[in-house]
Design a protein around this ligand. Structure first.
Ligand code: IPE
Length: 258
């Protein structure tokens, strides 16, 4: 099985509320279809989730009643995005079916408390491609919390031990500095646990509701232990995703188990 995350920063314009990058998503869907059809896909929420979730502190769990309308709105918005992604995938020939995180998992304290892989397994065995996504979920300790697409990626990787895990980002991979700010930033082609110390200063101020780059990398290091290869590629460059999942040489960061 190949497990792919379509990052929210690739399939949406992260700075503009609910703005879908349709052409990019359609191209990525075609790349996925051309390369292989035994796929499990997870997508992020981008501007369909992060903006409103941050504004109303939804990642901190239930604090006040006035948050609830926003919980409902974010749930609706990420489902709207999920439908758009499904449409692009199905139009490209992928037999995509949606599995929201709360249909397969329970959550406690912002982490997965239990994971039932049956829906994913059954759909895959039939020849369908399950599609999950970052979402607002019921949380046994916090009332509700945010389940990132990365959290689902980790649960799926642990359960299914895929041969390949690909994270589709809006940069070429992991850099020693923020490549959007520093032109001298260098790509780290192979990223292991010791590479964490190569990263620039804390990026806490750029963290979104699902955490900092460092936190995301910690999760990828954990995922790398459950697959043969885990890599990050730039989804904005045509052909990179297709090359990655076809096993061809491609500009990327390979995350080493650590
Ligand atoms: C975020 O999921 C979920 C919500 C904010 C509801 P992700 O953390 O996986 O989304 P991206 O990929 O960063 O946009």
């Amino acid at each position: 099985m190949i497990l792919v995350k379509l990052g929210g920063s690739v399939i949406t314009d992260k700075g503009k509320l609910r703005s879908f990058r349709k052409l990019t998503c359609e191209r990525l869907a075609k790349e996925l279809w051309r390369a292989r059809d035994s796929l499990t896909i997870v997508h992020g929420a981008g501007s369909f989730g992060h903006i409103r979730a941050k504004e109303h502190g939804l990642h901190k769990g239930f604090k006040r009643k006035s948050q609830l309308g926003h919980v409902a709105a974010v749930q609706r918005d990420v489902r709207e995005l999920n439908l758009k992604v499904l449409e692009a995938l199905i139009d490209s020939g992928i037999r995509a079916v949606s599995i929201p995180p709360a249909a397969a998992a329970t959550f406690r304290g912002g982490a997965v408390a239990s994971f039932n892989p049956d829906a994913f397994r059954n759909m895959t065995q039939l020849g369908l491609s399950p599609v999950s996504f970052g979402d607002v979920v019921p949380d046994e300790a916090m009332g509700f919390s945010i389940c990132s697409g990365d959290l689902m990626m980790e649960a799926l990787a642990k359960e299914f031990e895929p041969e390949l895990v690909v994270f589709c980002a809006d940069v070429d991979g992991v850099f020693d500095r923020d490549p959007k700010r520093a032109r001298s930033a260098r790509l780290i082609p192979d990223f292991g646990r010791p590479s964490l110390k190569l990263l620039g200063r804390s990026d806490a101020q750029h963290a979104d509701v699902t955490g900092s780059i460092r936190g995301k990398l910690e999760r990828m290091l954990a995922i790398a232990q459950h697959c043969e290869k885990c890599m990050i590629v730039n989804g904005n460059v045509p052909g990179r995703l297709e090359r990655a999942i076809s096993g061809k040489e491609v500009i990327s960061t390979v995350v080493l188990p650590g």
